[in-house]
Design a binder for this molecule. Structure first.
Ligand code: MYA
Length: 164
């Protein structure tokens, strides 16, 4: 676990506009490349925010052909987690809201964007949206993240993540 925490700390650095951001860790449900159930999200810095292009597959189906709302929330939450790399330190989700404006479809590509709306003490107020290629928003979201120390994550040592 100490090695993982040290690795995380190194990820909080400067990323130029357009740069691909790192994953949280290899088994992260949102972005980890080695999680077979995961979304394998890849996020890029976009101005002061982050963006990603994402296509859901049948592992995340709810109603036939339509993405499960919880899977959508997972990806949005993880995108906010990528925004933290630009903030210079970790934070965790304290509140997450999703407005489901239209069905998110399996196999369709969406553009996701997340930005910090304002900072207040240890709180980050953030907002995100997913849009179709034609530009229509299918979801919008807001969230409150609370900054924590890296040691916050020492509370957990989940399966598949090496604890030393
Ligand atoms: C590579 C590096 C990765 C590093 C990790 C990056 C992320 C990991 C991966 C990313 C994956 C994706 C991300 C994930 O999945 S993160 C995983 C999911 N989230 C969690 O596990 C968090 C669990 N919660 C906690 O640990 C505690 O509750 C924390 C530490 C967050 C705060 O506990 P604490 O006892 O200290 O504080 P508090 O709860 O009294 O309140 C805190 C503040 O918030 C204000 N407040 C509360 N509600 C609202 C509201 N609705 N609107 C506006 N404000 C609200 C409240 O008034 C207070 O304000 P203030 O009094 O301070 O002014």
């Amino acid at each position: 676990m100490q090695a993982l925490l040290a690795m995380w700390a190194e990820k909080f650095t400067v990323y130029p506009d357009g740069a691909e951001l790192p994953t949280h860790h290899d088994h992260c449900l949102g972005c980890g490349p080695n999680n077979p159930h995961g979304h394998h999200l890849r996020a890029l810095r976009h101005g002061d925010g982050v963006q990603a292009w994402h296509t859901f597959d049948n592992r995340h189906v709810g109603a036939p052909g339509i993405v499960h709302g919880g899977a959508v929330a997972t990806v949005v939450d993880d995108l906010y987690g990528c925004l933290l790399f630009l903030e210079g330190g970790p934070a965790v989700t304290r509140q997450l809201t999703i407005e489901y404006l239209a069905p998110v479809l399996i196999g369709a590509e969406y553009r996701l964007q997340a930005d910090v709306v304002r900072r207040e003490g240890r709180k980050l107020f953030v907002a995100a949206r997913a849009t179709e290629p034609a530009g229509r928003a299918v979801i919008t979201s807001t969230a409150v993240f609370v900054k924590v120390s890296v040691e916050h994550f020492a509370q957990g040592s989940p399966p598949g993540v090496p604890a030393d």
